[in-house]
Ligand binder design. Structure first.
Ligand code: MSP
Length: 643
């Protein structure tokens, strides 16, 4: 790999950073640090998305200008990144002139090529929600979101010919399996692109409604749609149209890391924009899942948002970074609870790793004044096993990182640590010391220290501060404190005679206290979740015959207002059309469902959920926090019977 360029989404400044923002940024940091460790020139970009209606409104609410609002809030992100040890090489703000210039140049270029055109749009506008609705969206002639009166507005806007690139993009995704990762998000994008005509994208907002944006270079009455502006940050920050050499050095980006909530903008809007500009596409757009609390998406309205600062204050930055990386399988959702964090912290960091450091260095201090001993006898079988597991950790870590299996990488490394503790207990070095078996004792201590040298090197990208402490305590020279992968491949890498020290406890155990009961989820809900399907009584073929399953095509989907979990789906079952309500909003965005052929219980008695009628139930499979819809293997028309 000649270079490594990685980005995070640029975060909205109207919000304070929470665990979700911290996660993507830590993940990018770990990958950037790991590539630096491999000796690959690395560029890591993050930043903030500062234009748009929400910022304009928030500023107005506080009686300040939008840029004052941005200047005040951006520091929350910058301070948190500093606290979390984030080593970004650049921080882009979309209000910086370097970005604005590039967005305007890119827009002018697309306009000159005829890829942006003026058109007019007619729709029903809700002033409260600042959104357009179509006639059929309206509820009794009013806004479907807030119930206010709407007004019919016809206005001109500018569209980007996104639809031109539909076939080209499908082909590109098919030909480049790594372009959108993991595979289920690749399939989701392909499904979206194949299901119907890809529409053009409106890229303007009239200034009389929204002035806080980048002015269109060819019409001063409009500003740029915030996504069209924001996505360009990935190239404006690395010299696109301003510094060819820098741009050539870093582009195409290796990874755009994103959360799954912003997949379509990155996997459809962005590539088509780049195609229009004639710029090479990113190597990989990688979407991760959500951090949930008690299986629900974190949101301000639910009051379940985890503030990273609280966790850092209690457990320290490195432990927080470790847990986030260890506990999420990339691509899947994961639950964050302090209890789970606390358990792993105490077991893996305080016990396994912390103990190994303190027992090996304390023994060396007593036995040899803390000086790294020379090994003068042959390796025994137990030492060979330890060395083998350490080697496995060293060899597989780059492969796991390359495959974005960071949780597996950490598990393999921690496996070596556990083996070293077992080795220590089995070899009983305190007995060897008592019996005066100096050579054997030196071997046990040295092997344990070498294991710590490798492990601290491999874990350095995840826990840079604590691993630096370990490496200093091991007597590693200052210039080699930041590890280098080539050196991690040698077993006896410590310098004989180097002076080690016994550091203060690295990870002090934390006792977990249950929060006061009123903040626990209501017990009724808990009881419901604990019903395990395996405990169901056996059923007969007659029971099964009572359920009529059919295939159904999703033709429309939208959230049920004022709920976080429910979606209202319009389904086609052969000639029949019906509506069902389903609690899948955490896992599927409405637009992802359209065009899917799913399986429904067609003869379920109608029910009303949150005031909305539901005629049937869809089938979905759930494992842990992941839910996927049951679909059909191959093509079948809707309304087909299943049995
Ligand atoms: N400004 C846009 C992105 C523009 S990129 C050209 C935006 N910003 S955001 O502030 O809402 O941040 C979204 C990102 O934050 C997600 O894509 C994800 O990376 C992260 N997360 C926000 N909530 C999250 C969780 N609950 N869990 C994990 N990450 C999530 O969208």
């Amino acid at each position: 790999m000649k270079s490594f360029y990685i980005t995070t989404p640029i975060y909205y400044v109207n919000d304070k950073p929470h665990i979700g923002h911290a996660y993507t940024t830590i993940l990018a940091d770990v990958l950037a640090r790991f590539h630096r460790l491999l000796g690959v020139p690395t560029h890591f970009l993050t930043g903030t998305d500062e234009h748009g209606q929400k910022v304009q409104n928030a500023a107005a609410k506080h009686g300040i200008t939008p840029i004052e609002h941005c200047d005040q809030t951006v520091v929350h992100f910058q301070r948190l990144w500093e606290r979390l040890g984030i080593t970004n090489d650049d921080f882009i703000r979309t209000t910086q002139q370097r970005h604005i210039t590039v967005v305007q140049k890119a827009l002018q270029d697309l306009y000159d090529k005829g890829l942006i055109y003026k058109t007019s749009y007619k729709g029903w506008y809700c002033v409260g929600d600042e959104r357009f609705f179509t006639e059929k969206d309206l509820k009794n002639g009013r806004c479907p979101e807030c119930g206010r009166m709407v007004e019919e507005i016809e206005e001109s806007s500018y569209n980007f010919r996104m639809g031109n690139y539909q076939e080209q993009l499908i082909k590109y995704i098919e030909d480049h399996p790594k372009f959108i990762q993991p595979d289920h998000f690749r399939n989701e994008t392909l499904g979206f692109l194949r299901k119907g005509k890809l529409e053009d994208l409106c890229i303007s907002r009239p200034k009389r409604r929204l002035s806080w944006g980048i002015e269109l270079p060819f019409d001063k009455d409009y500003v740029t749609y915030v996504w069209f502006d924001a996505l360009v940050n990935y190239i404006s920050a690395v010299g696109y149209l301003s510094d060819d050499e820098t741009f050539k050095k870093w582009w195409p980006v290796n990874y755009h890391l994103i959360g799954k909530d912003i997949l379509t903008t990155h996997s459809v809007y962005w590539p088509t924009m780049l195609m229009g500009m004639g710029v090479e596409l990113p190597q990989t757009i990688f979407a991760h899942g959500w951090w949930l609390t008690n299986d629900e998406k974190m949101s301000k309205s639910l009051g379940n948002v985890i503030n990273p600062m609280d966790m850092i204050d209690k457990y320290g930055v490195d432990a927080f970074r470790y847990y986030l990386i260890a506990a999420m399988s990339l691509g899947q959702d994961a639950n964050f609870t302090e209890k789970l964090f606390n358990t792993r912290y105490n077991a893996e960091l305080a016990n396994d790793l912390g103990n190994l450091v303190s027992r090996a260095l304390t023994m060396l201090d007593r036995f040899n004044g803390g000086f790294v001993p020379e090994v003068t006898i042959d390796e025994d079988e137990a030492s060979a096993t330890l060395r083998k597991l350490c080697k496995e950790a060293v060899d597989t870590t780059p492969v796991n990182i390359d495959n974005m299996k960071l949780d597996t990488a950490l598990a393999t490394i921690m496996n070596a640590v556990r083996e070293a503790n077992k080795y220590w207990t089995d070899q009983q070095p305190w007995v060897l010391a008592k019996e005066g078996k100096k050579e054997e004792l030196a071997l046990v201590i040295r092997n344990s220290l070498e294991c710590l040298r490798l492990v601290s090197g491999l874990l350095y990208p995840v826990m840079p501060t604590k691993m630096t402490e370990i490496r200093r305590a091991l007597g590693i020279a200052e210039e080699a404190i930041a590890p280098d992968y080539a050196r991690l491949q040698n077993w006896f890498g410590l310098k004989v005679g180097a002076k080690t020290t016994v550091p203060p406890p690295l990870f002090v155990k934390v006792k977990y206290e249950e929060p006061p009961t009123e903040s626990l989820p209501p017990p009724a809900k808990k009881a419901k979740k604990e019903v395990a399907p395996v405990e169901m009584p056996p059923c007969t073929i007659e029971d099964v015959g009572k359920v009529q399953l059919k295939t159904a095509e999703v033709i429309a989907a939208e959230p049920v207002p004022e709920t976080t979990k429910l979606l209202k789906l319009q389904l086609k079952l052969g000639d029949e059309q019906r509506q069902i309500v389903s609690g899948i909003a955490q896992w599927y965005k409405p637009e992802e469902l359209i065009g899917k052929t799913i399986v429904v219980i067609a003869n379920l008695k109608p029910a009303t959920l949150r005031g909305v009628e539901s005629n049937g139930m869809l089938l979905a499979a759930k494992a842990g926090n992941t839910l996927r819809l049951v679909t059909i293997d191959g093509d079948l028309p809707s309304g087909a019977t299943i049995g």
